[in-house]
Ligand binder design. Structure first.
Ligand code: ZN
Ligand code: ZN
Length: 408
C-alpha cells in the first residue's frame, strides 16, 4: 500500500538539562501521554539536522528535513525571507533582510529597530517600492514589526557584499562594499537604494505622525544578509510527490513556498505562543487526503526557549501533546507520522545549539523498538539510531512505499 507522510516539526524542541527542572530537559519534564504513545508504538532516534556539532538555523534545518543538502544550496537568508513575506522570488534575484531604523542628521544609528515600530510599515514600504537603479529594479516589502526585505532584480547581480547594518548603536550607517569585483554593481545599487529610501522616508506622513507622538521615526533602511536565490529542483521534481506545508512563521512559509510546496493558511496559526496548535493538526489531517507529504511547523517551543523559560517550554510541549490526541484518534492506516525538531534551543542559552533532536516515526510497517518515552535521552537507544537531517525525507518516503530502487 502506498502511504502518505505527516511530518510534524516542533521548532527548537530539543534542549539540555535544566537546573530549574532538576536536571531534566523541558521535554523530559512534560506530561505527554500522546507523544509517549506514538514513541512506544513506533521507532525512535536522534537527528543531527546538518551534521554533529553544526548549529542549524531554522532555514537550513528545514531544507535538510525536505531532503536538500543545505551546504550545497544555501545562499543566505535574504531570499528565503523574501519568499516568506510573500514576494515572488525568481532564480538570480538577490534579496537582503532589512530593518526599519532611526538615524540622526549625520546618519548615525539611534535605534536599529525604529522603536520596534509595529504600525505604518506597509505605507512606508510602499513609498520605497519599485525603484530603478542602474537598470536594476528594486522591490521592498515590510515584514513583521521593524523587519522588511529588499529584493533586487536585474542583470549582473552578485550577493557578495558587506552588510549596511553594523549592529551598533551610535555608530554611523555603513557603506555597503563589494567583497569581490563582480559585486561592485550590486553594492552600488544597495547604497543608492539606502540614500533614496531615507529621502522618501524622512518626511513620510507615518513618520511625521510618529515624531508628533514622540516616537522614533523609521527613516532609514538597514540591509544585511544578501543572498541569491538558488536554482534548486522543486520538491515535486525531486520526489515526484505533492507537498503541502502549514506554518505560521514567515521564514518557514517562505522556504516551503520556494521549494514548491503548497502553503496552506490555517485560521489561528500565528507562529507565536498563542498559535492554535489543534487547528494546525486538524488542517494537516485534512490535507493528507489531497497531498502525499504534509509538513507542519509549530514555532512555540522555540519562542519559549529563546525567552529562556523552561517552564513555559514544558507547558508548550504539553499543549502540543494534547493536540496530538486528535491525531492519535483519527489516525489512518496509510499514514506515516514523524515528529521531530529543526534544532535544539536550550533555555539556558536562549539560542540554537547543535545538540541532536529527538525523532519518532510511527505507522503501519514501522519496526517497533523498545523506546517508550519521547525525549532527548530516551530516544538515543531507539531503532533509528542517529541520522542526519537530509536522510529523514528519503527514509519516510521509503516507509510510505514510494521510494525508487537504486540499482536493478
Ligand atoms: Zn527553528
Ligand atoms: Zn529559533
Amino acid at each position: 500500500m502506498k502511504k502518505r507522510v505527516l511530518l510534524i516539526v516542533c521548532d527548537g524542541l530539543g534542549d539540555r538539562p535544566v537546573r530549574k527542572l532538576e536536571g531534566r530537559t523541558p521535554l523530559q519534564a512534560a506530561t505527554k501521554e500522546n507523544l509517549d504513545w506514538f514513541a512506544t508504538q513506533g521507532a525512535c532516534g536522534l537527528l543531527d539536522l546538518i551534521s554533529p556539532g553544526v548549529c542549524p538555523g531554522s532555514d537550513t534545518a528545514h531544507l535538510a528535513l525536505f531532503g536538500y543538502d543545505p551546504s550545497q544550496i544555501y545562499t543566505g537568508r535574504g531570499p528565503f525571507e523574501a519568499a516568506g513575506v510573500g514576494m515572488e522570488v525568481r532564480r538570480g534575484d538577490v534579496a537582503l533582510r532589512c530593518n526599519f531604523a532611526t538615524v540622526d542628521e549625520e546618519r548615525r544609528v539611534l535605534d536599529r529597530r525604529a522603536g520596534r515600530i509595529r504600525e505604518g510599515t506597509r505605507e512606508l514600504a510602499e513609498s520605497i517600492d519599485g525603484m530603478e537603479i542602474d537598470g536594476v529594479v528594486t522591490h521592498f516589502k515590510e515584514g513583521t514589526e521593524h523587519r522588511g526585505v529588499l529584493l533586487l532584480r536585474g542583470e549582473g547581480l552578485d550577493p557578495r557584499i558587506t552588510d549596511g547594518d553594523s549592529h551598533e548603536i551610535g555608530g554611523p550607517v555603513l557603506e555597503v562594499k563589494p567583497l569581490v569585483p563582480q559585486a561592485e554593481k550590486t553594492a552600488h545599487v544597495v547604497n543608492e537604494f539606502m540614500s533614496r529610501a531615507t529621502e522618501a522616508l524622512s518626511d513620510h506622513p507615518v513618520n511625521l505622525t510618529r515624531k508628533g507622538q514622540g516616537l522614533e521615526p523609521a527613516n532609514f533602511i538597514l540591509p544585511r544578509g544578501a543572498g541569491k536565490f538558488p536554482s534548486i529542483p522543486l520538491v515535486r521534481e525531486k520526489w515526484g510527490l505533492r507537498f503541502a506545508a502549514i506554518a505560521g512563521v514567515a521564514l518557514i512559509r517562505g522556504i516551503c513556498r520556494s521549494v514548491g510546496m503548497e502553503v496552506l493558511d490555517v485560521k489561528g496559526a500565528t507562529g507565536g505562543l498563542d498559535t492554535d496548535i489543534e487547528a494546525k493538526i486538524e488542517a494537516a489531517m485534512r490535507a493528507l487526503e489531497e497531498y502525499h507529504v504534509v509538513v507542519v511547523n509549530i514555532k512555540a517551543p522555540d519562542v519559549a526557549a529563546h525567552d529562556r523559560k523552561p517552564g513555559l517550554k514544558t507547558e508548550v510541549v504539553e499543549r502540543i501533546d494534547r493536540s496530538l490526541g486528535m491525531l492519535r484518534e483519527g489516525i489512518q492506516e496509510d499514514w506515516i507520522v514523524a515528529v521531530t525538531a529543526d534544532h535544539s534551543t536550550p533555555c539556558d542559552t536562549g539560542d540554537h545549539s547543535a545538540d541532536p533532536v529527538p525523532l519518532l516515526v510511527f505507522g503501519d510497517g514501522v519496526r517497533r523498538d523498545d523506546v517508550v518515552t519521547f525525549d532527548e535521552i530516551s530516544v538515543a537507544v531507539g531503532g533509528l539510531g542517529r541520522l542526519r537531517g537530509v536522510d529523514l525525507m528519503p527514509l519516510l518516503i521509503d516507509l510510505a512505499n514510494r521510494s525508487e530502487k537504486f540499482g536493478a
